[in-house]
Design a protein around this ligand. Structure first.
Ligand SMILES: [Zn+2]
Length: 278
């Protein structure tokens, strides 16, 4: 395995058997936690899905996506049949899942957990997956308990407080206190590239008093990761336990799919988290 870090970030890029992905470095995490964000490198999909498209719902060929998922799983030492994925709808529903749900959405989009943007579990050997291609992937882990979670936060989900909803479900159903949670805010479209229309800008301006918006020439840009961080702090997560990557998906065509940059259709990357079984 070789490793290089183009610029200092909480995520380090790795290349293993040709498959590129990011993993956190030098941050507090429980034993046997596995957390990674895929890149677009190392798969077999073609055209606008080249090459490591991991989304089954974007019009790519099923056999190619499954081969890509198998490659990515192998590099991380996971069993694809232990993935759980959700049908992401830019909402704020969070599902508690466990070993019984393993495999849902792994081989067919039809079995993905319906109308859900957050997944949490306390079971080991379960890999929670969220898809993204600009939207903000959030990964959660409890330093004291054994719970983990993922969430998908585009601008709608961010406004709907999907991050907070995940924290609340982890507290209520898994016994994780916010003070013990770490949240990793992964690669996403950065404020550098995320211009928004006046309709979206107006909603955020009103909700956050103009914070998180800035003017780039004649366009208004939104810092979606910063909004998510702020909402998580309001939800009781200690600020120094919220780790924010600076990787912009739209700035890196070689490494990332970007819905904004590529237009539709394009591939999807995943954020994945879980605890290895003893
Ligand atoms: Zn950018």
């Amino acid at each position: 395995m070789q490793e290089h870090r183009p610029s200092k970030d909480i995520l380090s890029f790795r290349l293993s058997n040709g498959v590129g992905y990011w993993a956190p470095v030098d941050i507090p995490q429980p034993d046997r936690l596995v957390c990674a964000f895929s890149s677009r490198q190392g798969g077999i999909s073609e055209g606008s899905f080249a090459s490591l498209n991991l989304g089954l719902h974007v019009g790519d060929q099923l056999d190619r996506v499954l081969a890509n998922r198998a490659r990515f799983s192998q590099v991380l030492g996971m069993d694809l049949s232990h993935w759980i994925t959700a049908e992401q709808v830019h909402g704020c529903h969070v599902a508690v899942v466990g070993r019984e749900q393993r495999g849902l959405g792994a081989f067919s989009q039809d079995t993905a957990i319906s109308r859900t943007d957050g997944l949490v579990t306390r079971d080991e050997g379960v890999w929670l997956v969220c898809h993204y291609a600009d939207c903000v992937p959030l990964v959660f882990w409890d330093m004291r308990g054994r719970a983990v979670g993922v969430a998908h936060a585009g601008w709608r989900g961010t406004l709907a407080s999907i991050g907070l909803a995940t924290v609340e479900v982890m507290a209520r159903h898994l016994g994780s206190e916010p003070k013990d949670l770490y949240v990793l805010i992964g690669p996403a479209i950065g404020v550098c590239c995320y211009s928004v229309g006046e309709d979206v800008a107006a909603v955020f301006r009103e909700r956050f008093d103009g914070e998180f918006l800035c003017q780039y020439g004649d366009r208004v840009h939104l810092d979606l990761r910063a909004v998510n961080r702020e909402l998580l702090i309001k939800g009781g997560i200690p600020p120094d336990q919220i780790l924010v990557s600076r990787l912009c998906t739209a700035c890196q065509p070689d490494l990332c799919f970007s819905h904004r940059r590529d237009k539709s259709p394009t591939g999807r990357m995943v954020g994945i988290v879980g605890l290895r079984e003893r």
